[in-house]
Design a protein around this ligand. Structure first.
Ligand code: ATP
Ligand code: MG
Length: 431
């Protein structure tokens, strides 16, 4: 079977499916409608009879009472009309002929019932058609969504779903699905939310790739520039040779770090980042980071405060990486001689708090809400000589959230920054 034949067959079977569904919905609705109709007619007959009885009793001057003796007698005649016509209503010591009234009511109700039944039969036979029309709208959405999920996500396919949806109600100003049927409001909302989220994630993906390419372009351009310079003049000039080699080494290192960061986030997004939590002494981990930071960076004063050890369930390499990212930032954005403190304390809830504090440049209020976004760097950081691509905190956030934790940040420009990792402790993990 060719691809086109297969699609036709699938479309035909889907159409047949929606036809059968429409018939079933119509059948169930018809049965309900019939019961409602009969119940309403019975109620009407009863209400009319009761009203007639009350009026007759009132006209005869009998005061209303629930306990009044009431009854109906009739004479059995050869035909039903004469039998009904002979009916007599007895109440207390009085009686009144009810036959004529009963015949008028029965006649009117029969006529109404006949008309209702014709209308009902019409609904039974043709009612599936409008239902099928509504289902067709849903079919259009379903098939567009199917097409979308079969292949990779691209703008063209996204538009086809949106077209299918816009087509349902072209007058909708914000291009949202609007079938105009209250019973389908839930489905409508679900589809609209799905589209919004897909579009948002698609935009984020595009922006991420765009930013990554941009970040990679700069070191590549620098390396190319120096290679060209070496080619033209530098082969015999030792000064140019040294400068070029050092610049190429720096940019290559920057590229390596960037590619590693990108790989980390890509693996994380795909759920392929390995995560092996174990019981970890946070005091020990913080001590190690403190000692190595002191060794690598003699330009700052590192302080450690660990009043008690806390044992958490965590992936040691990953958690260490996230604290290192904070320490690396503290060192980068704090002038020489500044103080960087590492603290471990117990939080208010059942949580461990790892605090990294500096007395450096601080973060402006406008930047604060963005610092965990991928590739975000404040203008000040961008313009300074400190390298970086703005992925550090995004990675740290991914790691901390993977541990079920969260960040809190307190910062004031010119005064410094305090970033805290809040790590929930599972029962028994705390010591
Ligand atoms: P990368 O970490 O990828 O090398 P980066 O340090 O610029 O680059 P992040 O670690 O994600 O990126 O930090 C994002 C931004 O947050 C920084 O550019 C800086 O503007 C601000 N920031 C983070 N930590 C501090 C800090 N301790 N003091 C001042 N600003 C900070
Ligand atoms: Mg950083």
């Amino acid at each position: 079977m060719s691809g086109v034949d297969g699609r036709d067959a699938r479309a035909a079977s889907r159409f047949a499916g929606s036809k059968a569904l429409a018939r079933r919905i119509n059948f169930e609705l018809s049965v309900k409608r019939l019961f409602r109709l009969l119940a309403f007619d019975a109620f009407l007959a009863l209400a009319l009879t009761a009203a007639w009885c009350l009026v007759t009793e009132y006209q005869a001057g009998v005061a209303f009472s629930w306990t009044l003796r009431r009854g109906v007698t009739w004479t059995v005649c050869p035909n039903l009309i004469d039998t009904v016509g002979s009916a007599v209503y007895h109440f207390g010591d009085n009686s009144a002929a009810v036959g004529n009234f009963a015949l008028v009511v029965a006649g009117a109700l029969s006529l109404a019932l006949a008309l209702q039944l014709i209308n009902w039969l019409n609904g039974c036979i043709f009612g599936a058609i409008p239902i099928r029309k509504h289902l067709k709208s849903i079919d259009a959405i379903a098939s567009a969504a199917n097409r979308l999920s079969r292949g990779g996500f691209d703008e063209g396919r996204f538009r086809s779903l949106q077209d299918a949806i816009d087509h349902l109600n072209a007058a909708t100003p914000d291009a949202k699905l609007n079938i105009g049927d209250e019973t389908l409001a839930g489905l409508e909302n679900a589809v609209n939310n799905l589209i919004r989220r897909m579009h948002e994630s698609y935009r984020q993906q595009i922006r991420f790739v765009d930013d990554a390419s941009h970040e990679l372009r700069t070191p590549i351009a620098v390396i190319q520039g120096y290679a060209g310079m070496l080619d033209r003049w530098g082969k015999n000039d030792e000064k140019i040779l040294d400068e070029a080699i050092s610049a190429i080494k720096t940019e290559a290192e920057h590229m390596k770090v960037l590619v590693e960061q990108l790989l980390f986030l890509a693996r994380g997004d795909m759920g392929r980042q390995s995560f092996t939590p174990e019981r970890l002494s946070l005091a020990e981990m913080l001590g190690e980071i403190h000692d190595e930071s002191e060794m690598i960076d003699p330009k700052h004063e590192y302080r450690l405060s660990v009043p008690e050890d806390i044992v958490a369930e965590a992936d040691p390499a990953m958690l260490k990486q996230s604290v290192r990212i904070l320490v690396d930032n503290a060192a980068k954005y704090t002038p020489e001689g500044g103080i960087i403190s590492l603290r471990l304390r117990r939080g208010q809830a059942n949580e461990a708090c790892v605090v990294v504090q500096d007395n450096g440049s601080g973060i402006a209020a406008a930047d604060l809400e963005h610092i965990f976004e991928r590739f975000y760097r404040s203008d000040k950081a961008r313009n300074s000589s400190t390298g970086g691509s703005g992925l550090g905190l995004a990675i740290a956030k991914w790691i901390v959230e993977r541990h079920g934790g969260w960040f809190s940040v307190v910062s004031r420009e010119g005064a410094g920054t305090r970033i805290t990792i809040h790590l929930p402790l599972k029962n028994g993990a705390a010591q």
